[in-house]
Design a protein. Structure first.
Length: 210
């Protein structure tokens, strides 16, 4: 109940800041103390609901997030909700091991969190913004400007991939995230296999002659 309440409260807080308005620039407004860095663009995400304000200096300091508090409330509520479901599943009387019961719930929850926070945001970027992300990644890895230019960008859902094709090679923006998703899938399949194994053992045991 607490987790559900926090999710609802976070969503209401985000709506109060107007993430769903047709003119999000009215929420972001304009800077009054420094006119040298005006608002350049805004971004609205439906799920999780989020509004980002990009200023002329966002490349150095990052965008502003008026709905950040509501987003944190939603994530905390979702974490409490998942923890409650896991605790309930672990306490059930079942032939299935407790770790397998917890894994069936936790693996999809972790995979969803990875997809929402790291993968989905790259899928929605425009070509120009995605190329800027590619350039920023190369600068962070090389601690200097990359030697090659961005030739193209490739995106795919299954398997999830966001690749930056440079003249001197290809770099993935979600390499670690993709590995995390595959690990979650492996854990989920192992837990499901354990469930099927215990179910089959119970069925065979129930048909054994006494």
């Amino acid at each position: 109940m607490l987790g559900t309440g926090l999710v609802a409260l976070g969503y209401a807080h985000t709506l109060a800041y107007g993430f769903a308005v047709s003119h999000p620039t009215e929420v972001c407004g304009q800077r009054t103390l420094d006119a040298d860095f005006p608002l350049t663009r805004t971004r609205v995400d439906v799920f999780p609901p989020r509004l980002e304000c990009y200023w002329a200096d966002s490349s150095a300091y990052g965008p502003s997030h008026p709905t950040a508090a509501g987003g944190w409330l939603m994530w905390i509520g979702a974490a409490l909700l998942v923890a409650g479901v896991v605790a309930w599943a672990v306490q059930l009387h079942s032939r299935m091991p407790r770790w397998a019961r917890a894994g069936v719930i936790l693996a999809p929850a972790v995979a969803a969190a990875i997809w929402i926070t790291r993968v989905d945001r790259f899928m929605d970027l425009s070509t120009i913004d995605l190329r800027n992300e590619c350039f920023s990644l190369q600068v962070a890895q090389l601690h200097s400007a990359p030697a090659g230019e961005v030739v193209s960008t490739d995106r795919s859902l299954l398997p999830p991939a966001v690749d930056c094709v440079f003249t001197d090679g290809t770099t993935s923006l979600i390499l670690i995230e993709t590995l995390g998703l595959w690990c979650c899938l492996a854990v989920f399949l192992v837990c499901c296999a354990m469930f099927l194994r215990r179910t089959a053992e119970a069925a065979v045991g129930g048909h054994e002659p006494r």
